[in-house]
Design a protein around this ligand. Structure first.
Ligand code: BGC
Length: 806
């Protein structure tokens, strides 16, 4: 019987009827991609294919040669600021608009799912992909994420929330086992996923490459059950590209779609598993049923193909970049620029660093640099390059030229920051330093002119050894295609800066809470610092920082008053209404980000000093005062009770603070909360950490509640699951590793080919099994087996298999 899967608008055929008619082979075929970016089409049932594309800060549509690392050029699109940047705006309405605009670009190109948003928490500032992610704080991440996904999905285009879960480093991302205790997992690493899923129902969630507590995320039943059953996610789970380890286990755990294509290989495994009753047909139906629902929903969107207003998107990209710029220092009110006698120094003023490398690389429609923007703003500036992107012998000369030019100028604006090779998918940073040639340049300029303004680019915290000497620091992060223009608008005072840091800038790497446990060993990474991530650590243990979480200046000043206790009342639904007056006491209109932190002293359990529980961005004219109303959901005060395995609100006194940053508390009030939730019984939960970043393994093990796995790979135990990098000390593997990493990769980096260099690194860090999945792979299963034998020193057997090839 031929059943037609009817498009919406006509009568929709019951999906159960289709499922009843389909052969197991047909159902299984829908569970993996048709190629790199599409699902399979099933003509017989008129089931169309879905088109997917990266994400997240623009559309990376690849019509020609497909890859998932941004190596091959994609179609032109609007390049919005990256995730780390937009989060500094704390502007949910603006992010909603960005999501909406991204949806419109997808519609125009008939893309059904945009592979974003990435929301992994910034455990360490070194994670190479932090530029894509939002924050070290789960609450801020969830609020910004909700806005983005609601905006995107309002167009009928599906989001893909990634990378689920605990993909907090790039080093060995495809094999590393993240070991995280239950409370930390819930409160820090899953919190934003939970809230975004519950509030937005993203069409899809992407299961991460890494293992979480011993199981690949793609086949981690506990994790995917939580998503589907506890949080009631109705959409589908898609594997990260090439992340599937065991397809049948993955399907059982809850992965509907494996991407990209496996050329039928994994479909056959599913068919066999159903035939052998390892997987029930009902389970397969449940997975395929979800796929059919999503395919029907996304492909029947009547707005598909509709065009959009490019200019409007460009303007929006500029506006978001402006709102996200963070003014970190402004001594003597050197900014906004008041003089015409200025010099602009730094390669990045002409060639901006505006996005990171890897799968999110957008082929930007236009790129507006700062130098040209000064000229268009009719400010004639002198210019010197100052440094080369990759430090070279010529730098000394460039510095000299720059210093000559800086002499006698009223203001010297130096554009500096992280260069391309520092921030990429697939690689973590090793240091917080910016390139030495740039630090030297700033120091040299300071010797001839004290009026130095540093404009920073980069998607993550850096060290600023010159911070106390320069007059001003403005951080534009990675501002997308309009980064240069937006920065000039702020420098010249056309826009009053209003961004605030969504992550802490530590003084040095050693101060970071994960310092001794990042990126972990060959096999595992132990999250020993627990819930003490970002400001939760620095503020609880009174550590000095360079710039705190939530910090950012404005060209005007704000005053807070009248946190009205009498106005705080408990509603029936357990909400608190907080009212506070905020006044712009300066002479320029501006915006303030009012932050609410909650703390609980004398708790039954260990606690961090305070946690962000709400915020509001307020716009105020000069001298204007407003009453700000902010609601607090008491359920949000909960901690995760590991005895009851549930979120519990503890009864007692809480302190609510209104703040301009996590270190700038303006007003506080106390409230009493009565709760019926169960309290912890065991004394051990009270144990307070001493020096979090030095937590001993045995203490972590006791908190984890299970025996910790081996730290190192046992000799002779190499399997197809291991990577070349993990096996690099084996005699056969060592020369391959050395050549790839120290010859090939170095050469590519020298040529500034960051994406290709990253690919080499990623190949060294991908499980050996992945080398044989591709149809056109030059390696066979037999050769793979041979290579593993060689790594295990079974030489004759290995050579025979390799020669045999099959
Ligand atoms: C990345 C994902 C991306 C996918 C497709 C993977 O390498 O981790 O974030 O969406 O490739 O390009």
């Amino acid at each position: 019987m031929l059943i037609i899967f009817v498009k919406r608008g006509t009568m929709m055929l019951d999906k159960n009827t289709i499922l009843k008619d389909m052969a197991i082979e047909e159902k299984a075929s829908l569970c993996s991609g048709g190629d790199y970016w599409h699902t399979k089409e099933l003509k017989k049932y008129n089931i169309p294919r879905l088109t997917m594309s990266d994400g997240p800060h623009g559309l990376r549509l690849q019509l020609k040669q497909a890859d998932n690392l941004g190596i091959n050029e994609s179609e032109k699109a609007t390049c919005f600021p990256s995730g780390a940047t937009i989060c500094n705006s704390w502007d949910v309405d603006l992010i909603y608009k960005m999501g909406e605009a991204l949806g419109e670009e997808c519609l125009k190109n008939n893309v059904h799912i945009l592979l974003g948003l990435g929301i992994n928490i910034k455990r360490s500032p070194l994670c190479g992909r932090n530029f894509e992610y939002f924050s070290e704080d789960p609450y801020l991440t969830s609020k910004m994420g909700i806005a983005y996904i609601n905006g995107l999905q309002s167009t009928g285009v599906g989001a893909c929330l990634k990378h689920f879960a605990a993909n907090n480093q790039e080093e060995r991302r495809r094999v590393i086992n993240a070991i995280i205790d239950e409370r930390t997992l819930r409160e820090i690493y899953l919190y934003a996923f939970e809230h975004i899923v519950k509030e937005t129902q993203p069409i899809s969630v992407m299961s991460a490459y890494n293992k979480l507590n011993g199981r690949y995320c793609t086949e981690n039943k506990e994790l995917l059950d939580m998503l589907k059953n506890e949080w009631e996610h109705k959409g589908i789970v898609i594997t990260d590209w090439g992340a599937e380890n065991n397809r049948v286990e993955g399907l059982i755990a809850g992965n509907e779609l494996e991407m990209p294509a496996t050329n039928g290989k994994s479909d056959l495994q599913i068919v066999q598993a159903v035939k052998e009753k390892v997987v029930s047909e009902e389970l397969l139906d449940e997975r395929v049923g979800r796929l059919l629902d999503i395919i029907d929903k996304l492909t029947s969107n009547e707005k598909l193909g509709q065009s959009y207003d490019k200019q409007k998107h460009f303007q929006l990209a500029t506006k978001i970049a402006e709102e996200s710029i963070v003014l970190l220092k402004n001594e003597d009110e050197i900014l906004p620029i008041k003089s015409k006698n200025i010099v602009v120094i730094g390669d990045m003023a002409k060639k901006p660093r505006y996005q990171g490398a890897g799968s999110s690389t957008i082929n930007s429609e236009i790129i507006e640099n700062a130098y040209d923007s000064f000229i268009s703003a009719e400010l004639k500036v002198d210019y010197a390059n100052g440094y080369s992107r990759l430090p070279s012998a010529g730098d000394k000369k460039l510095r000299k030229e720059a210093c000559e030019m800086a002499k006698g100028k009223d203001i010297v604006i130096v554009f500096a920051g992280l260069t391309e090779e520092y921030e990429s998918e697939g690689m973590d940073r090793r240091t917080l330093d910016i390139p030495t040639n740039q630090n030297k340049l700033i120091e040299d300029i300071l010797k001839v002119n004290k009026n130095v303004v540093v404009v920073l680019s980069g998607g993550a915290p850096v060290k600023m050894p010159w911070a106390h000497k320069v007059k001003a620091i403005v951080n534009g992060y990675l501002g997308g295609q309009a980064s240069g223009k937006a920065m000039v608008n702020v420098l010249m005072g056309k826009v009053n800066p209003s961004g605030k840091l969504s992550e802490t800038y530590p003084l040095k790497l050693k101060d970071t809470p994960s310092y001794y446990n990042f990126p972990g060993s060959n096999l595992n990474v132990e999250y020993r610092e627990g819930i003490y991530v970002g400001y939760r650590y620095y503020d609880t243990f009174d550590k000095e920082v360079l710039f705190p979480f939530g910090y950012g200046l404005s060209y005007t000043k704000f005053e807070y008053s009248d946190l009205r206790l009498d106005k705080i009342h408990m509603n029936k639904d357990g909400k608190i209404k907080l009212t506070v007056k905020v006044k712009n006491v300066g002479n320029m209109s501006g915006k303030e980000i009012v932050q609410i932190y909650v703390s609980k002293e004398n708790s039954h359990t260990y606690r961090v000093k305070h946690e962000l529980k709400n915020f509001q961005k307020v716009s105020l004219e000069a001298k204007e005062e407003k009453d700000i109303e902010i609601e607090l959901d008491v359920r949000n005060f909960a901690y995760y009770n590991i005895e009851e395995h549930m979120w519990c609100v503890e009864s007692g006194e809480y302190e609510i603070s209104v703040a301009a940053s996590s270190r700038d508390i303006k007003l506080t009030q106390k409230i009493q909360i009565k709760s019926n939730d169960p309290d912890l019984k065991e004394e051990k939960n009270k144990k307070v950490y001493k020096d979090v970043n030095k937590t001993l393994r045995k203490d972590f093990e006791s908190r984890y509640g299970k025996k910790l796995p081996l730290k190192k790979l046992k000799f002779m135990a190499a399997t197809a699951d291991n990577t070349i990098e993990q096996l690099r000390f084996r005699p056969i593997v060592m020369p391959i590793y050395i050549y790839q990493k120290y010859v090939k990769m170095k050469k590519l980096l020298k040529e500034q080919n960051v994406n290709k260099a990253t690919k080499v690194m990623m190949d060294l860090q991908k499980p050996l099994r992945c080398y044989v999945v591709k149809k056109d792979s030059k390696y066979t299963e037999e050769m793979l087996g041979g290579f593993i034998d060689l790594a295990n020193l079974r030489l004759i057997r290995g050579i025979k298999k390799i020669l045999n090839k099959k």
